[in-house]
Design a protein around this ligand. Structure first.
Ligand SMILES: [Zn+2]
Length: 273
C-alpha cells in the first residue's frame, strides 16, 4: 500500500501490522483514524490498538482483520480522544476481550496500562512508553520485533499535532518527544506508525522535525505574546491567545485556528510556568 502523499489508505506493514483506516476523515483527523491490528506471524490472537469511532462498517473491517471473536488478546488505547476510543468497549465486547488504557474510565476489565508495561499476546511483544503531552493519558507502543513505534496523536503521519491545553501540556510533550527521539537515535524505533496519516519510514528525521518545529513555534508565540503585551492597549487576558494565533498562524487556514488557540494556550502556560 502507499505510504506517502494524500493516497493513504492503510494496509499491511512489516510482518506484524495491518492498518485499518476508519472512514472519519476531517480537518482534525487527516485521512481518518488509523486502527492497528498487530499479530505475531502465524499466531492466532492479535492486539488491536485504537478501534476508533463508532462506525459500524469500520468495526466490521477491524473484526475481519482481527479474525473475529476470540482472536483478539487485548484492545489498547493510545489516549482517550473519541476518534480513537469511542468504539473500544463495544468492539472489545464483540471480540470477547478487555480494553486497556491509562485512564481507568476507558478500560473494560481490570487490567490497566502504563509506562514500562509489556503486553504479550501469543508471542507478540508490545512495550508501553508513556508519552504525555498531546493529552495527559497519551501512550506510545514500541514493537521491538519491527523496530516500530505506534505514536497515536503524539507524532502524526503528516503535519504536526495539537497540545490541547489544559489536558495537554507542552513541557510534558517536549519531554515525550525527547524520549521518542532517544528511541529513534538508539535505532529501537526506525519507523513511526501514527494514529493519523501515513506511516513514516524515517522515525529520527520525523521526530527531529517535530522538535525543531515545536521550538520554532514556541519562539514565535513568545515574540508575538511580548509584542502584544507591549502595546498601548494590550488585549484582555482572555483575548490574548487568539490575538497570538492571528499573528503566528496567519499562514494557516482559519478553520484550524480553534485548534491553534488551544495549542497557543498550552504554549503561553509553558512560557509562564
Ligand atoms: Zn487525540
Amino acid at each position: 500500500m502507499t505510504s506517502s502523499g494524500t493516497g493513504w489508505s492503510g494496509g499491511a506493514f512489516g510482518d506484524r501490522a495491518q492498518c485499518v483506516l476508519a472512514p472519519n476523515a476531517d480537518t482534525m483527523t487527516l485521512d481518518g483514524t488509523n486502527t492497528w491490528v498487530l499479530r505475531e506471524p502465524g499466531a492466532q490472537r492479535c492486539v488491536v490498538i485504537d478501534p476508533g469511532p463508532m462506525i459500524e462498517s469500520h468495526l466490521d473491517a477491524i473484526a475481519q482483520a482481527a479474525g473475529g471473536r476470540g482472536n483478539v488478546g487485548a484492545v489498547l488505547l493510545t489516549h482517550h480522544h473519541h476518534d480513537h476510543s469511542e468504539a473500544a468497549k463495544e468492539f472489545a465486547q464483540r471480540m470477547g476481550c478487555g480494553v486497556r488504557a491509562l485512564d481507568p474510565e476507558y478500560r473494560l476489565g481490570s487490567e490497566g496500562l502504563g509506562d514500562g508495561d509489556v503486553v504479550e499476546v501469543d508471542g507478540l511483544e508490545v512495550h508501553v512508553v508513556g508519552t504525555p503531552g498531546h493529552t495527559a493519558d497519551s501512550l506510545s507502543f514500541l514493537l521491538p520485533a519491527e523496530r516500530a513505534v505506534l505514536t497515536g496523536d503524539t507524532v502524526l503521519g503528516r503535519g504536526t499535532t495539537v497540545v490541547a491545553h489544559p489536558d495537554g501540556e507542552l513541557g510534558a510533550y517536549l519531554g515525550s518527544l525527547d524520549r521518542l527521539h532517544a528511541l529513534a537515535e538508539a535505532q529501537e524505533a526506525t519507523v513511526v506508525w501514527p494514529g493519523h496519516g501515513p506511516v513514516i519510514d524515517d522515525a529520527l528525521g520525523a521526530i527531529d522535525f517535530y522538535i525543531s518545529h515545536r521550538r520554532e513555534r514556541l519562539a514565535q508565540v513568545e515574540t508575538a505574546w511580548r509584542s502584544l503585551l507591549e502595546r498601548h492597549d494590550p488585549p484582555a487576558t482572555d483575548d490574548l491567545p487568539m490575538a497570538v494565533v492571528e499573528i503566528v498562524y496567519s499562514d494557516v487556514d482559519p478553520v484550524l485556528w480553534g485548534a491553534a488557540e488551544w495549542s497557543v494556550r498550552a504554549q503561553l502556560a509553558y512560557l509562564q510556568r
